[in-house]
Structure formats: structure tokens, C-alpha cells
Write a protein that binds this ligand. Sequence first.
Ligand SMILES: C[S@@+](CC[C@H](N)C(=O)[O-])C[C@H]1O[C@@H](n2cnc3c(N)ncnc32)[C@H](O)[C@@H]1O
Length: 188
Amino acid sequence: MRSDQKQRLEEFYKTLNEKGIEAFKFLSLVTRKYKPKKVLEIGSGFGIGSSAFLFDTDVEETVTIDKIKDLEGFEERVKIIGVKNRVTRIIGDSVETINNNIEKWKDNFGMVYVDGNHQYEGVLRDLGAVWELNIPIIILDDFFHKANWEGRYGIPRAYYDFFKEKDVITNVFTDANGYAIVKRKYEK
Ligand SMILES: C[S@@+](CC[C@H](N)C(=O)[O-])C[C@H]1O[C@@H](n2cnc3c(N)ncnc32)[C@H](O)[C@@H]1O
């Protein structure tokens, strides 16, 4: 890594807590492993995902969707880490946005990060829309977050109900608040 990039990373880490840094590191590793050219993110949020997908990687573009216009820290972080010019930020509902772009976006992304609405119905709805885009790698965030067992989130249950009859392979990781990485199986 170049020295100016090291400096950017240090500045970026100063804006995050420990969990945020862990999330960034995990998502960076996943990006390096799967080498997508384009990434879709549902839930732009704090800019951790967008930054991880684009910083010091070969990803050409991250398209990120969030229903909230004025997000705290998003613009600041992608600027600090130097990836702003490769981020396409869309303000709107995740599923409506995907459905409006279905023809353009189908077969166009190498990886998707599902980190928007965390409730059971919301996750199912996002997975339904994402599935139609035929994306080979689907990352689900907060898979082991305690809110899943307190009834506030419904990520593992939505995962199970959605994928139980689909041809996929899943790996789970305990980094940050937990991730499931779902790989679509394709006939050779
Ligand atoms: C946990 S944050 C995302 C964090 C972000 N991925 C990151 O790495 O910094 C969840 C975001 O999802 C957004 N969201 C929730 N439901 C949504 C929906 N139906 N459509 C678009 N965005 C949604 C919220 O506004 C919130 O900013």
C-alpha cells in the first residue's frame, strides 16, 4: 500500500469504533477474495461497506442505495478514504430501485451486500429483489447480531426461509456482528 493510502486509512479508522473497523477489514478481505468488478450495496448507512469495497481494490464501481438522503458520515468517509468518484449513491427504497433498474442491472454485479432493513419481512423482500439480478455472491450483514434473538431483527430466519430450496452454498463468519456469505451455484 502506498504511503498516501496508509495515511487515508489511518484517518478513516479515526472515524470508526472497534466494530466498524472490524466490519471494514472483513468486507475488504471478502472483496479481495471474490474480486467483483461491480458491487451493489443495500443500505449505504455509514459508508463502511462502500469504502471497503473500493479502497485499494480493483472494484470499478459500487452502487449503493439508501432511503435516507442525509446520512451521517457517509460522504465524509468515502471522501477521506478517497473512493468517492467510484461510488454511485441512489436515494430511494431498495426494492423499488432494483425493480426500476432490473434490465440494466441483471447479470451486472459480482457481489451484493444486503444491509438495509433488518426485520424479517424487510430482509425477505430485499433477497427477493436481489435474487432476480443473478448476483453470484450475496453478503448478509448482522447475521449473529443479538437483536435477531431479541425479536428486533430477523436475518437468520429470513435467510433460512428464502434459501432453503435454492441451490446455494453458505459460509458464516463471526467477525463484527456476523456475516453469511451465500454463493449461488451455477451449472457448468
Ligand atoms: C446498518 S445501515 C447500513 C450500513 C452500511 N452498509 C455501512 O456499511 O456503513 C442500514 C441502512 O439501511 C437503510 N434502509 C433501511 N431500509 C431501507 C430500504 N427499504 N431501502 C433503502 N434503504 C434502507 C437505512 O436508512 C440505513 O441507513
